[in-house]
Design a protein around this ligand. Structure first.
Ligand SMILES: *[C@@H]1O[C@H](CO)[C@@H](O)[C@H](O)[C@H]1NC(C)=O
Ligand SMILES: *[C@@H]1O[C@H](CO)[C@@H](O)[C@H](O)[C@H]1NC(C)=O
Length: 470
């Protein structure tokens, strides 16, 4: 195996490194460290907030420069299907190709993985390439940086015909590998998501029964909780789009037009062609799409409009301020109704993998009907939490609400916020406040997109009963 010993493995450490790698990428990638750190969760009912993922995520092969060993701590690799019910720690390998040849062969050899497994990874969309390695992240070791410098020397790059006429930036753009026989040349960068994030829920759903409508240019789906609307990084297979397309036997894949959170269920419009995709985007922008939600909150909320300002940073948790802050985005929703109902039973919670986030009063819950006036990521979850009525099962935001109730003033943008002498003090308070939030829920929370309509109700769709009424 002499040849393998020269294979440099670049920054093969953590999912964190993708934040840098993917700055130049063509794919929608979460650079949300907080989410990523916890994103591989698949567990039913954790009765407290301990985070099993945390310890596993430190499993890395950092600094490993040769890949001759199979005696590591990784599980035995077989096939990607059937979907495992247990989760694996994330494992992302960054490689620079040292010998040309078919991509499948190369990865099998260097990572010591079986052919069928790597073929599955490619089919899942878990393998990416770039002609030239992207900059290593700040966490890279000196050795990893040395390798990067070695393969990106101007003299080395000049020798490569494949990048003639391209800027370095263009050559560093990552693309998905779609063909096992694709030939990679020496110097090519490969990123292999050996343990892509999985969605076992996809295999438990009767997808045909979740289709609300099939029209000429779109389909309306009653999305189950614990699934992703569209593809995720390293996994184009296990999404609503793929499973709905298959359930309907469509030859053209459905397309995402708008997002709802993985842990949220309910109405999602999927386009049957590109044209309708842009038409629907315009309708959303022009506020012609009306969205009604049902939220199962831990406390009651008064009827009326709730307004907050959201920090304009694209990471979870989303932070809200009650007062106007320049540059922060306005969030508005209208609570139309709020009904007191029994807190879901343990049996129902277990069935839908609802996390018990430690709310002190679990006799009654409050089902609120919401008219969403602005549609920002995590908006309802964050606004309800800010009003001390977090959504049941919302491990991320409920944890922070509980912390603020015990210790008013923890939230530097809340009602009991303290005055800060200097920016750095405020910064520290904000970091501490972010740390009060928990991980993203693994399956479901008490939130349903119960109705969607557009063009003055000309198109009008309702989801089935939310999980808590089943
Ligand atoms: C909750 O976490 C503690 C450790 O923090 C552990 O001892 C306890 O067994 C856990 N409880 C359950 C029900 O998992
Ligand atoms: C759903 O989960 C995947 C994997 O963790 C993540 O990449 C994606 O951003 C999530 N989607 C939404 C809409 O939250």
């Amino acid at each position: 195996m002499g040849s393998v010993a020269v294979v440099p493995m670049l920054f093969a450490d953590s999912c964190r490194s993708i934040a840098v790698t993917d700055a130049a990428s063509a794919f929608p990638i979460s650079v949300d460290k907080h989410l990523n750190k916890h994103a591989f969760g698949w567990c039913c009912r954790s009765s407290n907030n301990t985070n099993a993922g945390e310890t596993i995520s430190s499993t890395t092969v950092a600094g490993k420069l040769t890949a001759t060993s199979s005696s590591n701590s990784y599980p035995k690799y077989d096939r990607l299907l059937p979907c495992p019910t247990h989760k694996s720690p994330p494992r992302i390998e960054h490689l620079v190709v040292s010998e040309g040849g078919p991509v499948l062969e190369y990865i099998c050899k260097v990572l010591d993985l079986p052919h069928l497994f790597v073929a599955d990874l490619i089919q899942f969309g878990a393998v990416y390439f770039a002609l030239v390695s992207p900059e290593p992240p700040s966490t890279a070791t000196a050795e990893q940086i040395r390798i990067f410098k070695e393969v990106t020397k101007p003299l080395v790059l000049q020798e490569r015909d494949s990048i003639k006429g391209k800027t370095l930036r263009e050559a560093q753009k990552t693309f998905r590998v779609t063909d096992v026989n694709q030939v990679v040349e020496p110097g090519t960068y490969l990123r292999v998501h050996v343990h892509p994030k999985r969605f076992p829920r996809c295999y438990e759903i009767d997808w045909r029964s979740r289709i609300i409508a099939v029209e000429e240019s779109y389909v309306v789906l009653d999305k189950p909780a614990g699934t992703s609307v569209g593809e995720t990084i390293g996994n184009i297979e296990e999404s609503c789009v793929t499973f709905a397309t298959r359930a309907l036997g469509l030859t053209t894949p459905l397309m995402t037009t708008h997002q709802i959170d993985n842990c949220t269920e309910g109405c999602v419009v999927l386009a049957r062609n590109k044209e309708y995709c842009s038409i629907f985007h315009c309708k959303i922008r022009e506020k012609k799409v009306k969205k009604i939600y049902l939220a199962l909150a831990a406390s009651p909320l008064p009827i009326g409009i709730i307004k907050h300002y959201m920090r304009p940073i694209n990471v979870a948790p989303r932070l809200l301020s009650e007062d106007f802050i320049k540059g922060w985005h306005i969030c508005q929703l209208e609570v139309m109704e709020c009904r007191k109902i029994p807190w879901p039973t343990i049996v129902v919670q277990d069935e839908y993998c609802i996390e018990d986030c430690g709310w002190p009063f679990q006799d009654y819950a409050y089902e609120c009907k919401i008219n969403l006036l602005t549609g920002r990521t995590h908006q309802i979850r964050a606004q309800f939490a800010a009003c001390k009525a977090p959504i049941i099962g919302d491990s991320m935001y409920m944890a922070a609400t509980i912390a603020e109730m015990i210790n008013p003033g923890l939230n530097p943008f809340g009602k009991y916020k303290k005055d800060f002498d200097c920016e750095s003090e405020k910064e520290t308070a904000m970091i501490n406040w972010i740390a009060q939030h928990g991980k993203e829920p693994s399956v479901a929370i008490g939130l349903q997109a119960c109705q969607i309509s557009w063009d003055d109700d000309e198109h009008f769709y309702r989801a089935g009963s939310p999980w808590w009424r089943c």
